[in-house]
Design a protein around this ligand. Structure first.
Ligand code: DAT
Ligand code: MG
Length: 148
């Protein structure tokens, strides 16, 4: 089953949106297989956002993500990577549709509440970057029979 790395960013944690965001993924039918509240080191932030290191906003992005704890998660389910991106909405909350997480809770690009892997390759890279193997649980849920 597919897995994605999803993270409530510092603004989302500060604004008490962790429960709301976890609920959205639970209600959808996805399975939480890993989660932790953590303060992000500069090294981890720079590695995570490595693809953006030449962009002008890179410094601000790293400062933001290390400014206060994040809630890092691994979610599992059929097509979870693309579906989570849809549930998050466009990168710029100003363009994100109502009903999406960024559309409902964000205002500006710099503080867009949530991160989600954008492809199977990034999901694999990000999950192994953020989680040790024994921090991700494999388990069955009875309700899955009613989801799939
Ligand atoms: P996403 O988070 O939707 O995958 P991304 O990978 O292109 O978007 O960018 C990572 C984060 O960097 C994004 O969530 C917010 C910030 N960001 C992206 N483009 C930006 C820009 N033009 N100005 C400021 N911040 C930006
Ligand atoms: Mg991205």
């Amino acid at each position: 089953m597919e897995r994605s790395f999803i993270m409530v960013k510092p603004d989302g944690v500060q604004r008490n949106l962790v429960g709301e965001i976890v609920s959205r993924f639970e209600n959808k039918g996805f399975k939480l297989v890993g989660a932790k509240l953590m303060t992000v080191s500069k090294e981890l932030a720079e590695e995570h956002y490595g693809e953006h290191k030449e962009r002008p906003f890179f410094g601000e992005l790293v400062d933001f993500i290390t400014s206060s704890p994040v809630f890092a998660m691994v979610w599992e389910g059929e097509n979870v990577i693309a579906t989570a991106r849809q549930m998050m909405g466009k990168t710029n909350p100003a363009d994100a549709l109502p009903g999406t997480i960024r559309g409902d809770f964000g205002v500006t690009m710099g503080k867009n509440v949530i991160h989600g892997s954008d492809s199977p390759e990034s999901a694999g890279r990000e999950i192994s970057l953020w989680f040790k193997e024994d921090e991700v649980s494999e388990y069955n849920k009875q309700v899955d029979e009613w989801v799939y």
